[in-house]
Design a protein around this ligand. Structure first.
Ligand code: GUN
Ligand code: ZN
Length: 390
């Protein structure tokens, strides 16, 4: 069912709210089984059913209403039996908002590098005991059904190199289409869980277009663009995203996987993408780094030792916003610096700030699209980041 603004499928509604008149940027509302989320959106990554350094309540306070879990990690621990017994990952982690699960294969290929992909699935040695394991499209779907994620990703054959092995790239693209068919056939809860396809095809635009056509014919409620975030040139990245978004239907959510640098988010929104995820903002927080509109600040640097300002002036996050009590400075850069090298409190605070930063960047982009001033927003964003280059 579709009007010219709304697409409805059993477990999702997508409503287009506004479009930029210059770029392909869009603002929309995505309604999922665990509530509504505004797009464009950044989704923080809670690989093992928790976002490192934040409680579910703190994550909720950032405004996050959709986060990522990984199928493979949850399938190993706590395992399918525990997930079935507790009634899924929402209950297991005390998170009553939406969850998106990646299918697991990509993590194996990128983490272990020992994975071996055949038509059957992804073969690898268990990181726990070294025993041989096989993740098939059917097994990934079964795990994601037990997890109960609001958005499930198909198992895909993804190459982590940007090497121009065209034959292998074609095999991976075509296999991903076949694996989508197997995922669709194995999906037990299509009325309550959304399965998204993943477009592959490397940096070859014709192969990407061919993949788009094949995937779109399978009519999933949402579409992801995969195989990026592997260190490709920015120019190639943009060309691939643009070639795909040009062919994608207006009224379905578009997710670029593994994207998390603020610049890449803003550019991808301009190219017509709606959803993003990456471990970078939370990982870099644990290394003592704060994301700000003027770039990344390494709070371990000596220059912050007596800096009594907030992590970022004007930031609305629970660490930076001005405190009411008289005589209190709140959380200062000096405090974060003091703890950054040794105490986990700095990691907690910076994680909170960085997650807030990413979510707020997308909130601001969305507001700018709605008010039809997105190009000015992009200009000001890059002007703040690179003040000398204008
Ligand atoms: N995360 C980042 N890129 C990808 C991809 O291409 N496929 C999957 N499944 N996950 C990803
Ligand atoms: Zn902040």
């Amino acid at each position: 069912m579709a009007s010219n603004r709304t697409f409805t499928s059993p477990a999702l509604t997508f409503e287009l709210v506004a479009r930029c008149s210059v770029t392909r940027a869009r603002a929309s509302i995505l309604t999922l089984p665990h509530g509504t989320v505004n797009l464009p959106i950044f989704m923080p990554v809670a690989t093992q059913a928790s976002l490192k350094g934040l409680t579910p309540e703190q994550l909720e306070d950032t405004g996050c209403r959709l986060c990522l879990n990984n199928t493979y990690h949850l399938g190993l621990k706590p395992g399918q039996e525990v997930l079935d017994a507790v009634g899924g990952a929402h209950k297991f982690q005390g998170w009553n908002y939406n969850i998106l699960t990646d299918s697991g294969g990509f993590q194996m290929v990128s983490l272990l590098k020992l994975a071996n992909i055949t038509e059957e699935g992804v073969r690898f040695l268990s990181p726990h005991d070294g025993s041989p394991m096989l993740l098939t499209p059917e097994h990934s779907m079964s795990l994601q059904n037990s997890i109960g994620s609001d958005i499930m990703m198909q198992l895909d054959d993804v190459l982590v190199t940007t090497s121009p092995d065209t034959a292998r790239m074609r095999e991976a693209m075509e296999r991903s289409v076949r694996w989508l068919d197997r995922c669709i056939a194995a999906h037990k809860n299509p009325d309550t869980q959304n399965l998204f396809c993943i477009i592959q095809g490397g940096l070859d635009l014709d192969m990407r277009r061919e993949c788009c056509r094949e995937m779109l014919a399978r009519n999933t409620p949402g579409i992801a663009i995969g195989g990026l975030s592997g260190g490709e040139a920015k120019d190639d990245f943009c060309k691939v995203v643009a070639a795909c978004t040009e062919l994608l239907p207006d009224l379905k959510p578009r997710y670029v996987m593994g994207i998390g640098y603020p610049e890449d988010l803003v550019v991808s929104v301009a190219l017509g993408a709606d959803m993003f995820d990456c471990v970078w903002p939370t990982r870099t927080a644990r290394f003592g780094n704060a994301t700000t509109k003027h770039g990344v600040l390494n709070m371990k640097r000596e220059m912050y030792a007596a800096d009594f300002g907030p992590i970022e002036n004007g930031c609305g996050c629970p660490c930076c916003r001005p405190v009411e009590e008289e005589g209190s400075m709140g959380i200062t850069r000096a405090f974060v610096h003091h703890n950054a090298a040794k105490e986990t409190v700095a990691a907690h605070l910076l994680t909170l700030h960085n997650v807030w930063y990413q979510l707020d960047l997308m909130r601001q982009a969305r507001q700018a699209i709605i008010e039809d001033r997105f190009p000015a927003f992009v200009k000001s964003f890059f002007g703040n980041l690179y003040p000398d280059s204008s």
